[in-house]
Design a protein around this ligand. Structure first.
Ligand code: AMP
Length: 180
């Protein structure tokens, strides 16, 4: 990594705020709102998120609710791609496909509009953070069931110890700006 790139990444990393015991006891929430608030880290983050995929043929960025909606559309515009939201249950108005995944206790699910992916579409999945990888794996299942191909994953933050990467497609490009 160039000195310049690592300095910027360090600066972005310094803006992430740890909020202990949110949303429940024992969780250290990685809050990206200070990163978004600062003009320089906001635009640098978008630039660094897009850079590894520049020049590739990507048809769609699929963003995961809700913080995947913050950079997803901006990245899509720069990569000449469209944007598709994956949402929590009962939020999308038209016909949906749904996938469930395991949480520490219980189950959760996510949904996508069935007409949002066209067979053969090359898809980049984006979210602010990957923890266990359950959400991104469920998103992969939805995209591929509708005939799309997941060619990449993009996260601002990975919680490395939780090894979320292991639940994702091995042959897709994986990028995380910051590791904690
Ligand atoms: P997972 O499915 O376990 O990879 O969890 C990823 C999703 O949960 C993402 O949408 C994150 O925004 C959110 N998330 C999980 N853990 C954290 C955390 N420690 N701080 C902020 N967001 C989190």
């Amino acid at each position: 990594m160039s000195d310049f790139r690592s300095k910027i990444i360090e600066h972005i990393s310094d803006t992430i705020r740890d909020v202990p015991d949110f949303p429940k006891p024992g969780i250290i929430f990685k809050d990206i709102t200070p990163l978004l608030r600062d003009a320089q880290t906001l635009s640098m983050s978008r630039r660094l998120l897009v850079e590894p995929f520049a020049g590739q043929k990507i048809d769609l960025i699929v963003g995961l609710e809700s913080r995947g909606f913050l950079f997803g559309p901006a990245m899509a515009m720069q990569l000449n791609a469209g944007f598709v939201p994956i949402r929590k249950p009962n939020k999308l108005p038209a016909k949906t496909l749904s996938a469930s995944y395991q949480l520490e206790y219980g189950e959760d699910s996510v949904e996508i509009h069935t007409d949002s992916i066209i067979k053969g579409n090359r898809v980049l999945i984006h979210d602010d953070l990957i923890a266990t990888g359950g959400t991104a794996a469920a998103a992969t299942e939805l995209v591929e069931k509708l005939g799309g191909t997941v060619v990449g994953y993009s996260f601002i933050i990975e919680l490395e110890g939780l090894r979320g990467k292991n639940s994702l497609k091995k042959d897709a490009q994986y990028e995380a700006l910051l590791s904690f």
